[in-house]
Design a protein around this ligand. Structure first.
Ligand SMILES: [Zn+2]
Length: 396
């Protein structure tokens, strides 16, 4: 079978077309058809396939199999005439990104002598790998400015075919990967590429080129970039969140980053101070507990404490004298029992674990001088604390 006629080569703006179903087949368990002609772009050269409909079926994938274009469908369609409809917003978006890539690639070459190593057009962000080990922000701004100047000059984007033997006459940015008749995409007088993708007619339709962050890969820099509608949506979203933050901080949108930085530093300092105060308070409280202790065994349910606070207090009490402590603290949905003893006592608290577990279902453990048990029924904290206190009185 000869190759499918590619209507998108003739007119990238053709979103609806009529064709004949020449062959009905299957691909990975799905129905698939070959047409005599198609406006659907198959996945190739870093540009994803088009979606849309063929007759009553949805086009799920479009593949180029040695010149024959296969349309993978969600259901079978009849042989014979069929009407095709390419999802136009999706296609135009890819035309903006793809043409923007040509402009950006040439701007990288012109400004920094950075060669394009690869390009991938993603569903949300596209990437461009450039043969540069590093680049300063000021240089990247120059590249971005150059690309956008070419966009605003509204240059025509021409496509034409050149036989392989005459391709030397075209100042291509990169040597062609294919042989035979080569399709050249020229951004008028600025960039010449051998490319089979779909492009806008004039650079003005790219709208805007925005260079995103770079990461190092294989000794190159790989950039994210956005063009056209994607760049607008990105700007809109970032502008809204910057304005919202500016409102919160009562500052200009440009000052938000500095405000967040300041707030972060303050937060860190406050956390440090809060920890110091907690330590001082625990030491003070431990003194109070010790002064009013009924004996060497101290026990209580600390309703308004977190398990961490209860543990901290217990450790301060046993540091302050010869005591054994059993504290209950209601955790998040669970009860915690913390038992600790001074070194003066020799009893191994791990012996207490099965005793408590026999009274209240619990899990946990620890060392000879400190154990912590967690039980799902926090209503039974008091029972657990009493059982622990009784054991401590007997065993210490
Ligand atoms: Zn292209």
């Amino acid at each position: 079978m000869s190759g499918t006629r590619r209507l998108y080569f003739e007119d990238a703006y053709l979103a609806e077309f009529d064709a004949d179903v020449l062959e009905r087949t299957e691909r990975d368990g799905r129905s698939a058809v070959v047409l005599d002609r198609t406006a659907f772009y198959p996945e190739s050269g870093g540009q994803p396939w088009d979606t849309g409909t063929l007759g009553g079926a949805a086009v799920l994938a479009v593949l180029d199999l040695d010149g024959v274009i296969l349309h993978v469908l969600d259901k079978a369609i009849e042989a014979g005439p069929v009407h095709g409809r390419v999802d136009w917003p999706g296609r135009f978006d890819r035309m903006q990104q793809h043409t923007g890539q040509h402009v950006l690639s040439q701007a990288f070459w012109e400004v920094l002598k950075g060669e394009t190593r690869s390009f991938h057009l993603g569903p949300e962000v596209s990437t461009l790998e450039i043969g540069l080990a590093a680049a300063a922000n000021a240089d990247l701004d120059r590249v971005e400015d150059r690309a956008n100047t070419v966009v605003w000059e509204d240059r025509t984007v021409k496509t034409y075919f050149v036989p392989e033997e005459r391709i030397g006459e075209v100042p291509l940015r990169r040597p062609p990967k294919k042989q035979g008749l080569l399709r050249v995409v020229e951004v008028d007088g600025f960039d010449y590429s051998a490319c089979g993708g779909t492009h806008v007619r004039r650079t003005g339709e790219i709208g805007l080129v925005r260079l995103g962050p770079a990461e190092k890969i294989r000794g190159n820099l790989r950039f994210d970039f956005l063009c056209g509608g994607r760049a607008l949506r990105d700007y809109r979203q970032k502008d809204r969140s910057a304005r919202k933050l500016a409102g919160t901080f009562s500052c200009a949108a440009a000052g938000v980053a500095a405000q967040v930085e300041k707030l972060g530093a303050e937060h860190k300092a406050l956390k440090k101070r809060a920890r110091k105060l907690e330590e001082r308070l625990a030491a003070f409280e431990a003194g109070e507990v010790i002064r009013s202790a009924p004996g060497r065994v101290i026990s209580a349910v600390l309703e308004d404490r977190t398990p961490d606070e209860a543990r901290f207090l217990a450790l301060n009490v046993i540091k302050g004298g010869e005591f054994a402590v059993a504290y209950g603290a209601p955790g998040e949905g669970q009860g915690h029992l913390i038992v600790a003893r001074s070194d003066a006592f020799k009893a191994d608290l791990r012996g207490l674990v099965p005793v408590i577990a026999a009274v209240v279902p619990a899990k946990g453990g620890g060392g000879p001088s400190l154990i912590e048990l967690v039980f799902p029924d926090k209503e039974r904290l008091r029972e657990a604390v009493d059982a622990a206190a009784a054991w401590l009185r007997e065993n210490t």
